[in-house]
Design a protein around this ligand. Structure first.
Ligand code: FEO
Length: 407
């Protein structure tokens, strides 16, 4: 039977043989509005090599793309750069149907594969700096522990000078375009930022170390081939520069205001805070969580200097959407954050101190203004206090920004 799935040539010896997931909208809590791709790569040579696989249900798509280039049983080596199931899910079935001489992973990768698939199969373990001769192809390896799993690693193909970077430098975008230079710039920057903000932000210190060390590793990178979204064959410095900036958490003169509301009192407060920010010269980004997704909030927080959080008190607790977002954001650990809390209440008003505790204790944020609590419905005076809170945040942002840029 004819198949619609064919491979796409990337360089002289490398073919893209991944899968396009047009329908995916929830990637473990991350809203993937544009779907995604699971990129797998076939390296041709005297001993063909497969780098990573795809999510299990996409096995057939991957195998047909491989078959459009070679008989899959000719694959002699499989490299697993990352054991998360979107890249390893199809591996067990593949290994039932082909008999490669080696499966290669980092030491934590070998362990993770054993623990995922409960197998006792031998996995060849590689370390940073190791160079393998696989037939007439040479590959070098860089372990990238905790970027973003313990097992993560890069593989570099000499000659074609392709860096297989697993999740790093990727983004969730489905489409027929295989290269970044085929997509609009604003889409690339937004989706790369969303990926960084939601997946890599907690590991920014390690990203900074990696982006500092990469130029000195002697890898003449021509193409960056991540496991999601487009590849970078031109301007590879662009994505590396974005990562370096995000890892340092270079911020903009901007504050994100997230809130939800039962009877619109907290909404009125959010709007007044937004006005105060604006009057202070800081760009406000108001996001009602009655409609904004937690992963879009994380994207905005990535380059925001401030985060103001508004919640009504419901049964002595945070409003559910706010609790969800705060649980998510505190795990992402944005560094050097300025914070603030506000909200309306009826008789007990615990939400504001609960938000302040999360901001200060768990997110290590500094609060330039005391929390604002309003009973039932804000008065004009209450709204003036909210405007002052926005202005105080703006002043603290100006003071905090080292470079003085008004970006
Ligand atoms: Fe794309 Fe960490 O998996």
């Amino acid at each position: 039977m004819d198949t619609p799935f064919t491979a796409r040539r990337i360089t002289e010896n490398v073919w893209w043989v991944g899968a396009i997931d047009w329908d995916l909208r929830n990637f473990h809590g991350y809203l993937t509005s544009r779907g995604t791709t699971y990129n797998a790569y076939l390296i041709l040579g005297s001993e063909p090599i497969l780098v990573d696989t795809v999510r299990a249900p996409f096995y057939g798509e991957m195998i047909e793309r491989i078959r459009s280039v070679i008989d899959p049983t000719r694959i002699r080596h499989v490299i697993s750069c990352h054991a998360e199931m979107d890249h390893s899910g199809a591996l067990p079935r593949l290994l039932q149907e082909i008999t490669p001489t080696s499966v290669i992973a980092s030491t934590p990768g070998a362990k993770a594969l054993r623990e995922h698939f409960h197998w006792d199969r031998e996995v060849q373990e590689v370390k940073t700096g190791e160079r393998l001769e696989l037939g007439d192809r040479f590959l070098r390896f860089v372990e990238t522990r905790m970027l973003h799993w313990p097992d993560s690693m890069f593989a570099f193909l000499e000659g074609d000078d392709v860096l297989f970077s697993n999740d790093a430098f990727g983004m969730h975008v489905a489409g027929s375009e295989r290269f970044a230079d085929e997509l609009p710039d604003d889409l690339l920057r937004h989706e790369a930022a969303k990926y960084y903000g939601n997946i890599l932000m907690p590991f920014s210190r390690l990203v900074q170390r990696l982006t500092d060390q990469l130029p000195g590793m002697g890898l003449p990178i021509q193409v960056i081939a991540p496991d999601h979204g487009p590849l970078w064959r031109r301007d590879t410095d662009r994505i590396l520069d974005w990562y370096a900036r995000w890892a340092r958490r270079e911020t903009r003169n901007k504050a994100v205001v997230i809130y939800d509301s039962m009877w619109k009192s907290t909404t009125l407060m959010a709007r007044a805070i937004g006005e105060g920010l604006s009057l202070g010269g800081t760009k406000p980004k108001l996001m009602s969580l009655d409609g904004s997704h937690r992963s879009d909030v994380a994207t905005e927080v990535l380059e925001a200097a401030g985060l103001l959080v508004g919640s009504p008190t419901m049964n002595g607790q945070l409003y559910p959407t706010i609790a969800d977002a705060m649980t998510y954001l505190k795990g992402l650990r944005p560094a050097n954050l300025l914070g603030g809390a506000f909200g309306s209440y009826g008789w007990s008003g615990e939400a504001v101190p609960q938000i302040e505790a999360i901001l200060t204790n768990e997110m290590k944020a500094r609060l330039p203004a005391p929390g604002v609590r309003v009973r039932y419905v804000p008065t004009d005076e209450d709204l003036a206090t909210c405007r002052e809170m926005g202005a105080a945040m703006s002043a603290a942002i100006h003071e905090n920004r080292k470079d003085g840029e008004d970006r």
